[in-house]
Design a protein around this ligand. Structure first.
Ligand SMILES: Nc1nc2c(c(=O)[nH]1)N[C@H]1C(S)=C(S)[C@@H](COP(=O)(O)OP(=O)(O)OC[C@H]3O[C@@H](n4cnc5c(=O)[nH]c(N)nc54)[C@H](O)[C@@H]3O)O[C@H]1N2
Ligand SMILES: Nc1nc2c(c(=O)[nH]1)N[C@H]1C(S)=C(S)[C@@H](COP(=O)(O)OP(=O)(O)OC[C@H]3O[C@@H](n4cnc5c(=O)[nH]c(N)nc54)[C@H](O)[C@@H]3O)O[C@H]1N2
Ligand code: SF4
Ligand SMILES: [Mo]
Length: 744
């Protein structure tokens, strides 16, 4: 058969760029990958990571059949039936002897890039029945979830910069030029930001490093890591003191303005200058320009989340947008309207749940169902958690030995588990500790739908991606693996679990008191067809969703069949106002001063004095174009070139410490030590050093030949202290870590 042209979106990062690929199905080869000029969002853009899906597919190190660890530590291939039976039997044994909470799970980032991974997580979790829930969220956006849950009643309704209509963007703790925008899915962030400036607008970057984004910005302001909450309080103080508070339309449904006003009164820019190192006049001038701009958006991302006051800083970003009338306004911070109906109006919710249970080792409370991922080690160790320890662990698309804090401690603790299973495609730093590894099919072998990233995109869209190649014999889709484990834990078939999930969903979606009152669950069930898997769920959600056909095949609306016929995806238009209808708080009002978040203010006040005196060297992280956290370093196209894992040090610090570019530095923190390659760079704020995360591939017992030989590097999370938390969210502090650096 001749080669074929197929379209899909790139599954590797949030931007979800449209791609045009030439493939040969017979030889299972991708002949070319280019940007799709007809994709309304990415318009032909792509980055070097567009090849990641093809290179992962071809990687000889990628696992293609289940592996079981032999008593001597070597690995043997086993068939799926044996693998799944072994996993279920061992996990059930542990549960029967020690209770369901002796099991735990960790969900990693690629879950968000795989529709089956997302939709079938409940099948796994339901089967395990444990409260011990860990994920990459507590090294990521969880402070934002907590702030939104308390303010809007919906943890997952992120306000996104309306980038294409904005004329004043403040960017804190994010580097969209490299990350392609996070909670701001924006293919070709460089062009979008350039356009913004060319429209006469401004981009102001507040970051301890003059990042790639800062390079093209109108202004860059250095900030001392971890002091953003102080800075943002001073921004609010200036807004009130100078009479610039103007919430506009949103003011009709906001509570707590007075509380915020009295709180911020104590934090004029002068009061926080010693902590932030930002000149008060710079703050005032910025606030005035932002308030005067026609369409401003104030945006904060991971540098603001994974820091000591991550929840307060994330909350304050939203407060600034409300005070200045930017929330839910065109050109400001707006809410996408996903075709699958994720943020449609619904019943109101009560206060955020927390402290319903606690960790065994140190009694750290759960928050909205999450426990801090860096506490997995102490929860496993007999010495820390005693009889209540975690004995069985399931990791799903995660590499916490490199991505969670204090990797070396976790690495040792994993060997104390009675049983560990990893649902993963590599034998890597984490999965080498497993007893069984269950590898799934990869992106080119299954269909996909950009389920998560339609909730974070700067423009509404819906996009289906086809499978390129039939899965190799003997492989299993990710969603099916999760369902099989869940089902076997409950002694039912995976089909029964699937039917139950679908039935449960349809019962809520159609029939009386729903958006489809005339459709019965049975009729909907029949209309969806017999093919099991995530796309059937997506079809149901699309059909009842805001643009859907409401199960009327004659209707104009969206359904999966129509999406499958749209090779460039469907453009659903610019973001539109969603409030107050979409709020899930009682009375549909925004709580600008949620008690739960404000409980952390005393801790912040206490820290001001210490922070203002502090002058120790601190470590922050950064992302790089050719990485995706820890897992693309084994792909030749992305691993080539010189060693990328470098510690950036300002020249003043380098001189004082005797460091030079190309030399090595010993970096020590409370939790660990690494020896890193140095690069002297005046991109850094003096007193701050930067090391990317996701490296550290020299560890033994993995199958990552390319990563080991070409981009081994060191793991910055050997230095991340797992004990320090952003208290309201239980998120770890990966930015602003006190370190001692010396020449090695
Ligand atoms: N110091 C520091 N640490 C950080 C961060 C930071 O900024 N600084 N960032 C944090 C953030 S934001 C995140 S999201 C986390 C990420 O943390 P994790 O999700 O734990 O780490 P990843 O490196 O993304 O690991 C991905 C894993 O999924 C596997 N995988 C990839 N594709 C597939 C697939 O298709 N199927 C299956 N079954 N497995 C697959 C890979 O082999 C790898 O083991 O890291 C966090 N850690
Ligand atoms: N190429 C590439 N793209 C990615 C990823 C990747 O690994 N590689 N990972 C993806 C994932 S999982 C995520 S979550 C997103 C994250 O996307 P972004 O949030 O854009 O993440 P980073 O690029 O790490 O940018 C964080 C910035 O915060 C700054 N910073 C550090 N500490 C502080 C602080 O205390 N205050 C302030 N104001 N700034 C601080 C850092 O210097 C850095 O410039 O990126 C996604 N996209
Ligand atoms: S920017 Fe992201 S989505 Fe676009 S091609 Fe690169 S990795 Fe893929
Ligand atoms: Mo992330």
């Amino acid at each position: 058969m001749p080669s074929e042209i197929v379209h899909r979106s790139c599954p590797t990062c949030e931007a979800s760029c449209g791609l045009v690929c030439e493939i040969d199905r017979d030889s299972r080869k991708v002949l070319s990958i280019e940007g799709d000029p007809d994709d309304p969002r990415s318009k032909g853009y792509l980055c070097p990571k567009a090849w990641a899906m093809q290179q992962t597919f071809e990687d000889p190190d990628r696992l293609r059949e289940p592996l079981r660890k032999c008593p001597d530590g070597s690995w043997e291939s086993i068939d799926w039936e044996t693998a799944l039976d072994t996993v279920a039997a061992r996990l059930r044994e542990i549960r029967d002897a020690h209770g369901a909470d002796s099991l735990g799970y960790y969900i990693g980032n690629p879950t968000g890039h795989n529709v089956g991974g997302q939709l079938y997580i409940p099948a796994l979790i339901g089967g395990l029945g444990t409260q011990r829930s860990f994920s990459a969220a507590t090294m990521d956006q969880f402070p934002q979830n907590v702030a939104l849950r308390t303010m809007l009643g919906d943890a997952w309704m992120f306000p996104i910069p309306d980038l294409d209509r904005c004329d004043f963007l403040v960017c804190m703790g994010g580097n969209p030029l490299v990350s392609q925008g996070s909670l701001m899915s924006a293919p070709n962030a460089r062009r979008r930001l350039r356009d913004l400036c060319e429209r006469g607008g401004e981009v102001v970057v507040i970051d301890p490093r003059r990042s790639e984004t800062a390079e093209i910005a109108s202004q860059h302001v250095f900030i001392r890591p971890g002091s953003d909450a102080f800075f943002l309080l001073s921004v609010c103080q200036v807004l009130f003191a100078e009479g610039l508070v103007a919430p506009g339309r949103v003011g009709d449904f906001v509570d707590g303005l007075d509380r915020v006003e009295s709180l911020v009164a104590d934090f004029p820019p002068e009061a926080v200058e010693a902590a932030t190192r930002i000149d008060p006049e710079i703050t005032r001038a910025l606030v005035r320009r932002f308030a005067a701009a026609e369409h401003g958006a104030w945006y904060g991302r991971i540098g603001l989340c994974t820091q000591e006051f991550g929840t307060l800083a994330s909350w304050l970003v939203y407060v600034v947008n409300v005070l200045s009338g930017r929330l839910d306004e065109p050109g400001g911070m707006m809410f996408p309207r996903p075709a699958t109906g994720n943020s449609e109006p619904g019943p109101s919710v009560g206060p955020i749940e927390h402290a319903r249970y606690r960790t065994a080792a140190r009694g750290i409370p759960e928050v909205d169902g999450q426990l801090p991922c860096g506490l997995m080690a102490e929860e496993i160790e007999t010495a820390s958690a005693g009889d209540a320890r975690m004995r069985g662990l399931v990791t799903v698309c995660g590499n916490p030995v490199l991505s969670a804090p204090n990797g070396p401690r976790l690495s040792e603790a994993l060997d104390e588990l009675d049983f560990m299973v990893a649902v993963d495609i590599y034998l890597n730093e984490t999965t080498r500790h497993a007893d069984v590894i269950l590898p799934s099919t990869v992106q080119l072998e299954h269909e996909n739908y950009d389920f998560l990233f339609q909730t974070t995109a700067v423009r509404n869209f819906a996009r289906w991606s086809p499978r390129f190649f039939e899965p190799e014999e003997g492989t299993m889709d990710h969603w099916r693996i999760l369902t099989e484990i869940g089902a076997r834990m409950q002694g039912v078939s995976w089909e029964q679990v699937d039917d139950l999930m679908l039935g449960g969903m349809l019962a809520q979606m159609v029939g009386p008191d729903t958006g489809c009152p005339d459709v019965s669950p049975e009729a909907a069930r029949n209309a969806l067809g017999e093919e099991r898997g995530p796309l059937r769920f997506i079809d149901a959600m699309l059909r009842v969703g805001p643009y859907g056909d409401k199960f009327d095949p004659e209707g104009e609306g969206l359904n999966l069949a129509r999406l499958r016929e749209a090779p460039h995806g469907v453009d659903l238009g610019a973001l539109e106002r969603r409030l107050p209808e979409a709020l899930k708080t009682p009375g549909r009002r925004i709580d600008l001063a949620p008690d739960y978040v404000l409980q952390d203010i005393p801790r912040l006040r206490e820290a001001l004095a210490t922070r203002s005196r502090e002058d120790s060297l601190v470590l922050v992280g950064r992302r790089q174009l050719r990485n995706m956290n820890s897992w693309l370093h084994n792909l030749p196209a992305l691993a080539s070139g010189s060693d990328r894992c470098r510690l950036l040090v300002h020249s003043e610090d380098a001189k004082r410490l005797g460091l030079s570019s190309g030399g090595h530095a010993r970096v020590r923190s409370r939790s660990g030590e690494v020896i890193a390659l140095c690069e002297v760079s005046d991109e850094m704020m003096p007193g701050v050093v930067s090391l990317p995360h996701g490296f550290g591939h020299a560890r033994e017992g993995t199958r990552l030949a390319v990563a080991q030989s070409q981009q081994a590097g060191v793991s910055s999370n050997d230095l991340t202290d797992e004990q320090v938390l952003d208290v309201p969210s239980g998120t770890h502090v990966a930015n602003g870590i006190p370190v001692v650096v010396e020449s090695a």
